[in-house]
Design a protein around this ligand. Structure first.
Ligand code: PLP
Length: 372
């Protein structure tokens, strides 16, 4: 069972009227009363700026959609939203005296953990599937971690990481095995509410692996209501997974309360390749409670969406982010989302971290240009 942090919200309600935020720096630490770090000197930071919400009216018009917004998480340190979770988790690791940290990762969580651990002076060990994108593996090593490429999927990396954590006394930073990464990811919910003038979007499309952000945002909405920042209205929460690895969406489709391991998980959107999610029951509860849904997207649909958004709006999404656009388009087509709804998509990493399709035409400098 994942541990969740509880706050004395009555105290926060009195200490932090939302107007106070106006005087604070535009980073995720502006919500520090709702974060677990007790002493500011323990905060490990690489400059966690608030990420922009970009409106994409051109592509929305093209597919007959309504108001469409994309939250661009690739602007965070280490190039993905995993920085939010690791910034808080490693700050807490420092506060609690952790001596070394280990994580199984599809790439971005390991890269983020490496960066914050190094910044905090904590040695780090990262276990990735051996087909993790080369730029992310290289980034992780350059940021100071020891990286191991495992001939297995994420949950199998988790077993190796767990065994070595025991053997060597390293702290295990696996998804939902400690409570603080959720707290960091929670800031996505706080931040989007503030940026949208305390009016939450009607629908949120989230590319789901372990689901830390999904659970974290929902927790943020509840806490904000408890301290009087927002009312009871919630977005419909849409869980986007891959047709090659969709354990939670499958469980949702079958009306189950828990998911089963997805065998032979396969998708190039690495963040979605989590065959097992230990917070599955929480994600499923949130989908139902919010009147949301689950949706599966194939790799071909992701590739098309990746290109379509780039060509139409000039935005290079990450594959996981592109999956949310593909899901929106599909749901618009079958009526699960209407054009009257204001929709927010999560682009969870910088597209430059991934291997991209080859491009560019070779030409002879001495010949006239052939534009055909
Ligand atoms: C980890 C990751 C995800 C999945 O996030 P969770 O909150 O763990 O479900 C999505 N996209 C990218 C780029 C990721 O790195």
């Amino acid at each position: 069972m994942p541990l969740l942090v509880r706050y004395h919200l009555e105290g926060v309600r009195n200490a932090l009227p939302r107007e106070t935020l106006r005087e604070r720096a535009p980073t995720m630490w502006r919500y520090r009363e709702l974060l677990p770090v007790r002493h500011v000197e323990n905060i490990v930071s690489l400059g966690e700026a608030m990420t922009p919400i970009v409106s994409v009216p051109r592509i929305a018009r093209k597919i007959g959609g309504g108001e469409l917004l994309i939250k661009q998480e690739g602007m965070l340190p280490t190039g993905s939203f995993k920085a939010r979770g690791q910034a808080v988790a490693i700050s807490m690791a420092r506060e609690l005296g952790v001596k070394a940290a280990v994580i199984p990762s599809a790439g971005n969580a390991g890269a983020a953990m490496a960066a914050y651990c190094t910044r905090a002076g904590i040695p780090s060990y990262v276990f990735c599937p051996d087909d993790t994108p080369t730029p992310i593996v290289a980034q992780t090593a350059l940021q100071g971690a020891k990286v191991f490429l495992v001939n297995g999927l994420l949950d199998e990396c988790g077993r190796v990481a767990g065994a070595n954590a025991k053997a060597h006394g390293w702290f295990d930073m696996s998804t939902l095995k400690e409570p603080y990464r959720i707290e960091g990811k929670k800031t996505m919910g706080l931040e989007l509410a503030e940026q949208l003038g305390w009016v939450l979007p009607d629908v949120i499309f989230y590319p789901t692996g372990g689901g830390t952000g999904f659970i974290g945002m929902w927790k943020a909405f509840d806490e904000m209501e408890a301290i009087g920042w927002i009312g009871p209205k919630r977005p419909r929460m849409v869980c986007v997974q891959s047709a090659g690895c969709g354990p939670i969406v499958k469980a949702w489709q079958e009306g189950k309360a828990k998911s089963e391991r997805w065998e032979n998980a396969n998708t190039f959107a690495g963040g979605l390749r989590a065959p097992v999610a230990i917070g599955d029951y929480l994600i499923l509860q949130i989908i139902r409670e919010s009147n949301g849904f689950g949706i599966l997207i194939s790799d071909d649909e992701i590739r098309d969406a990746w290109q379509e958004v780039g060509h139409t709006e000039g935005l290079l999404m990450c594959p996981e982010g592109a999956a949310t656009y593909a899901a929106y388009k599909k749901a618009l087509g079958d009526g699960r989302v209407s054009r009257a709804e204001r929709v927010l998509l999560f682009d969870t990493a910088n597209g430059l971290k991934y291997e991209m399709p080859p491009a560019g035409k070779r030409i002879d400098k001495a010949r006239p240009l052939d534009l055909s």
